[in-house]
Every structure is written in structure tokens, then in C-alpha cells.
Ligand binder design. Sequence first.
Ligand SMILES: NC(=O)c1ccc[n+]([C@@H]2O[C@H](COP(=O)([O-])OP(=O)(O)OC[C@H]3O[C@@H](n4cnc5c(N)ncnc54)[C@H](O)[C@@H]3O)[C@@H](O)[C@H]2O)c1
Length: 270
Amino acid sequence: MSSLFDLNGRVVVITGGTGTIGSAFAEALLNEGAKVVLWGRGKTVPVEDSVKKVADKTGRPGNISGYKVDVSVKEEVVSGLKKVAKEIGVPEVLINGAGGNKGKSSFIDADLELFKDILNNNLIGGLMIPTQVFAAYWIEKGIRGSIINVASSASYIPLSGVWAYGAAKSAVINLTMGAAKEFAPHGIRVNGIAPGFYIGHQNRDLLYSDYENGILSDRGKAIIDHTPFGRFGTMEDLHGSVVFLASRKASGFITGVTIPVDGGYLVDNI
Ligand SMILES: NC(=O)c1ccc[n+]([C@@H]2O[C@H](COP(=O)([O-])OP(=O)(O)OC[C@H]3O[C@@H](n4cnc5c(N)ncnc54)[C@H](O)[C@@H]3O)[C@@H](O)[C@H]2O)c1
């Protein structure tokens, strides 16, 4: 009997796949037999390094590859998709994992150029462009694909200081619901995962005052105090949700939902 979570041979593209969370998704999907393709800009980490790291960890070097694709440039996404389809196989799952935050300020002091940049990064490259390109391709070819967006705890409750990030991540949930309705007649599902707090390149300096020595910042301490499980997430905590949403057998009638994976952060009360 085949497993509900068997992804054998399914091609999955992960944008921002060179990042911390993208690599965790890659590992989980590889372990269920998927063929994973990481897309990254190659700015902070070369794409090949991320591919090697995940390949070494899972022992599945044959099923993982990577391409340099900046998802904020539509032409790169279009040609990236063509390359994947030709060289790896037709992708059936798109994970919109590119995104993140930069800086922190009071509301009044928020730099509006940076604000626009963060909205752009999380919504245009982080969601709209790849979704438009993949959905158009799937509709044309009659493929019932699955899109998984990456929201955040900040989608639900604003975090102080990171105004654009919260606004963008709220919009990720809104667009997940809107796109789910729009693409349902084509059998395309659109869902999201809202990770709580995981240590990534983008937030390390906000959550730790001294990361090397494990000393939390006041913000890091406050988050742990507000997380009923009393800790940050580990990458393994994210594995189940991504496999579940990628598998049509497991979640084929689920669309438009975002799953918080946050140790109870959103249900904290006094
Ligand atoms: N780490 C957390 O606690 C946390 C919590 C909630 C949501 N998230 C979200 O998860 C996603 C991944 O975050 P992370 O913590 O792994 O961050 P990360 O910085 O480790 O990874 C993000 C990756 O996206 C890539 N990227 C950014 N813009 C890109 C572009 N235009 N084209 C291609 N690649 C691009 C970056 O190069 C980076 O490799 C983001 O959307 C982030 O907002 C993270």
C-alpha cells in the first residue's frame, strides 16, 4: 500500500531554497522521494553549497539540484521553469520560500524605501511572480499543481519594529486564500505555512544579542516567554506540514488554508 505522504518522483521547486527554512523543506521532501530543485539568488550562500549541504544530510544527491534564479525578475522565473521542466522534470509543487525582513525601527522612523523593498521582496518576488508563472504553465498543460506559500506569526499579530514585514506576511495569507479560489477550477491548490520563530539568516541578529554564545536579545527572550512550548522551532518541526501540503493524496481537498507551526505562539494568553 502506498503511503499518503509518498512524493516519489514529484518535482518540487523551492524559491529561496538556499535559506534556512527552504533547506528544511527540501530535506523533508527528499526523504519522501521528491525530486527537489532549489532556487536562490546565490548572494549570501552559493546555490551549489546549499544543494551539497542538503544532499549530504539526506544521502540523496541524485534527487536534488539547484539553479540561480532571482524570483523578483519575471524573465528569470520563466526561463528557470523551462530549464527545470527540460532537465529535471515537470514541476508539480512550487514553494514560495523567498522572503524575509531587514532591519527594525519605530513606526515613525520607518524608512519608506526599505519598506517598499521588503514588500517587494516578500510579495512580488516572494509570491506573485512565481505564482503567476507556474499557475499559467500548469493551467496550459492541465497539471493539478500545489503552491505552498510561507507566511509568519507576524501575519496574524504585528511584531513591533518590523512593519513592512508584518504587512507583507498578512498579505501572504490573503493572497493564499484569493489564489486558492481563483485556481481551484483548474485543480491547483494554494496553501501556506506560517512558521513561528526559527533561527534563520534574516532574524538571527534580532533574536540573539550574541548568537555565537547563545545569548538571547530581549526580543528573543520575549518570544520564548510567549511561546507555550517555551522554545524556538527546530527545522524538523517544519517537516510534517510541508510534506502534508505537497501530497495530493494527503491534502488534495485542502486549499486556501495556512497552517501555523509555532509551538502555540498564536494561542498564548494571560
Ligand atoms: N526564520 C523564521 O523564524 C521565519 C519565521 C516565519 C517566516 N519565515 C519566512 O520563511 C522564509 C524563509 O526564511 P528563512 O528564515 O529561511 O530566511 P533565510 O534568509 O535563511 O532564507 C531566505 C532565502 O531567500 C532568498 N531570497 C530572497 N530574495 C530572493 C529572490 N528575489 N530570489 C531568490 N531567492 C531569494 C535568500 O537569498 C535566502 O537564501 C521567508 O519568507 C521568511 O519570511 C521565517
